[in-house]
Design a protein around this ligand. Structure first.
Ligand code: MOS
Length: 696
């Protein structure tokens, strides 16, 4: 199926948050801190208030009242625990310290630069090497450490050992659509928020709790999101401040962030350092595996990049240990970013497996096949509909892996070194509950309504496809409304769970509407409507996970194979060829699913070769600040990406047999590239991104 929302997007009729037209709208521009640690000793807003068009200048001295009333924000589903303008403390450079509201955006921006701030500066820590690491606290109720068997005795008996440290750089989400919020109070007690939100019902509840409103008095509108990758799951401080200021002013207010503000205020993926130790018998079977990871968070939120969470699912080792440490540094708050944990985790583990394969003189595909685990080693549950071996074998076959020379530096083309590399890909399958309403109208259209949304993934399309299948209608006759809190609660577009959450509910609701109509197809139901003079048949149904998670470990699987060329004279690396084979259970729509994998591979190529955000050690601000200074792939950097799906519907997981596809594609990509670069050059690079200087 073609993308249902494709025409609206390419013709510009898809309305994004900042584009909504509200009469009487005024504009807010953020004032941000120029130091990374300390206090404001004074903040002078006189010149800003006197500037043309300025309506109000908010600082911690006159913060909107509601923000001062909220006592405990730590239980709220917000990215940053500290509410904006709480006090005069500065925790990171770029922190919001004020909001200028004016009649136009340009006047607000101009006045924001007239605010004068004096600081008492304290020494900031923005480098992980200078930070203090402690055991990471548990996350979502799960401890960040685990041991099976005894790693210390296990590794002592290993015939072959390898140990190495792998690092990743701080990465930014850089969605095409910048973060923006319009807040509109119809009365003092009724709030509408136009904001890109991956979780409409979650945002609705959070804004309701923040402002002490009944949940139905908050309306979240997010029909389209221009990319999010995890950065738009919860409200950020700018959105909360926008809503609070709009209430105080009794005016609809818009706050749009620029790219530089986004580097500090809308999340990033923390840099990581991971120590992997592997021990194997001479035949290549693992007997000991240790994965110890470090990441950093901000002073105003605990967020651990959960690098080791995937490790017990990957390879069987009788002695297996994982642990994570966290340090607080003076940077903005890190957040979920496409495959949080699994992505950096598999960078390290899949690089280490390649190193072990060279050490053992075993083919890296063989090593993975040999050590595949039949059960999830932390949960002691068997995997449902796994097909990991099939991903490896089909990928190897498609790529021509059997022709790979067994020595490094042995393939050349046009004076350049050629290397082949591979890595495994994996991501857990998640699912939550969703409610969907279906309406059959006398005009011959079917309407599917849910608050669950499409952040660019293709959710509109697969919802229509699932409904078309059950109703027996062409997909063109299905209209889908999503991303609005007035619609039934459709769950979260995060953790790759929207497909498995929504599709079973869509199918159930479609079956129920046919029962309501006493018809076997929608066409028959339309006939009954015309005969009876009724205008609509309607049904609402929910679907939720049961206790299947107690019997099975649900997980998606894959394998990446790639070819790189390295021009040693100028150390230029190019990715020439890419094969991904992925198992996600039933594939709802091959076109958009493959597009998700391609997008994820592209993002992984960026992580492998280009993306890096550093913080200025003196002022603490990211030294990258726009889409030119933060390097990521352009079209010319990307080869053809061949995507194949294998496997079978995972009916243990849900009645539709579907698992998600948003995140899995990025996992393993950077390792596959580093492994190919080693094959090409004989140089093992363990620090991302693999830039020219590391190859020279
Ligand atoms: Mo995802 S990182 O849960 O959008």
């Amino acid at each position: 199926m073609n993308r249902k929302d494709g025409r609206a997007k390419v013709t510009g009729t898809a309305t994004y948050a900042a584009e909504h037209q509200i009469p009487g709208l005024v504009h807010g521009y953020l004032v941000t801190a120029n130091i990374a640690h300390g206090q404001m000793t004074s903040i002078d807003t006189q010149a800003a208030i006197a500037a043309p068009g300025v309506i109000e200048v908010f600082t911690h001295n006159n913060a909107p009242t509601v923000l001062k009333l909220t006592k405990d924000s730590t239980s709220l589903r917000i990215y940053e625990s500290r509410l904006p303008l709480s006090d005069n403390q500065i925790h990171y450079a770029g922190q919001i310290i004020g909001l200028v509201v004016a009649d136009t955006f340009e006047r607000a921006r101009h006045a924001a630069h007239l605010v004068k701030v004096e600081y008492a500066t304290q020494e900031p820590i923005v480098e992980a090497t200078k930070a203090t690491f402690n055991e990471a606290p548990s996350m979502f109720g799960e401890p960040r450490k685990f041991e099976k068997g005894n790693f210390t005795t296990g590794i002592a008996g290993a015939a072959v050992k390898m140990t190495a440290t792998y690092t990743t750089a701080t990465e930014l989400h850089v969605p095409m659509e910048p973060h923006a919020t319009i807040a509109y109070w119809e009365n003092a007690d009724s709030l509408t928020v136009y904001e890109p939100s991956q979780w409409v019902s979650g945002s609705q509840r959070t804004y309701a709790e923040l402002f002490g409103l009944p949940i139905e008095k908050v309306h979240i509108v997010t029909p389209f999101i221009g990319g999010a990758f995890g950065s738009k799951v919860f409200p950020w401080p700018h959105g909360i401040l926008c809503a609070a200021a709009a209430q105080q002013l009794q005016r609809p207010l818009k706050v749009v962030l620029n790219r530089r503000q986004m580097t500090a205020n809308t999340g990033h993926r923390s840099e990581t350092e991971q120590l992997i130790t592997l021990g194997a018998n001479a035949d290549g079977s693992l007997i000991a595996l240790d994965h110890a990871a470090k990441s950093c968070t901000s002073p105003v939120k605990i967020y651990t990049e959960p690098c080791t969470s995937i490790t017990p699912a990957m390879y069987a080792a009788p002695n297996l240990r994982i642990s994570e440490e966290l340090a607080v540094i003076n940077v903005g708050t890190p957040s979920f970013m496409r495959a949080p944990g699994e992505n950096p985790g598999l960078w390290a583990l899949e690089s280490a497996m390649d190193e072990l394969a060279w050490e053992l003189n075993v083919d890296p595909v063989e090593l993975r096949l040999k050590n595949e685990t039949k059960e999830h080693q932390q949960r002691s549950l068997p995997f449902s509909a796994k097909h990991f071996a099939e991903c490896l074998l089909v990928g190897a076959d498609q790529f021509g892996w059997q022709n790979r020379p067994k020595q490094v530096r042995s393939l050349t083309h046009n004076g350049q070194l050629i290397g082949w590399g591979m890595a495994a890909s994996a991501f857990p399958a998640l699912r939550s509950s969703a409610t969907v309403t279906v309406r059959l109208l006398a005009d011959g259209t079917a309407h599917i309504l849910t608050s669950g949304n499409d952040m660019g993934t293709g959710a509109y399309t697969i919802v229509a496809g699932a409904a078309a299948e059950v109703l027996g209608l062409p997909v063109e006759q299905i209209q889908v409304e999503m991303g609005d809190s007035l619609l039934p609660n459709g769950g979260i577009a995060g953790g790759s769970q929207m497909t498995a959450t929504l599709i079973p509910a869509v199918m159930t609701a479609c079956k129920e509407v046919l029962q309501v109509a006493k018809a076997s197809t929608a066409l028959e139901a339309f006939g009954i409507l015309l005969e009876s003079g009724k205008s609509v048949f309607e049904a609402t149904a929910s679907a939720a996970p049961g206790d299947e998670g107690k019997k099975w470990a649900f997980q998606s699987w894959g394998a990446h194979f790639c070819e790189v060329s390295v021009d040693e004279e100028i150390a230029r690396i190019r990715v020439n060829r890419w094969v991904s084979v992925i198992n996600i259970g039933r594939v709802m729509n091959a076109k958009t699913a493959a597009s998700q994998v391609r997008g994820a591979v592209i993002m992984g190529i960026g992580q492998a070769l280009m993306e890096e955000c550093r913080f200025d050690p003196n002022i603490g601000y990211p030294v990258v600040y726009d889409l030119a200074t933060y390097h990521y792939p352009s079209h010319a950097d990307i080869p053809r990406i061949q995507v194949t799906f294998v496997g079978e519907p995972d009916y243990n997981f849900n009645p539709a047999g579907v698992r998600g596809v948003g995140e899995i594609g990025i996992t393993g990509v950077s390792a596959a590239i580093a492994n190919a670069i080693y094959h090409a050059t004989g140089k093992r690079i363990r620090n991302l991104p693999i830039t020219t200087d590391k190859i020279l």
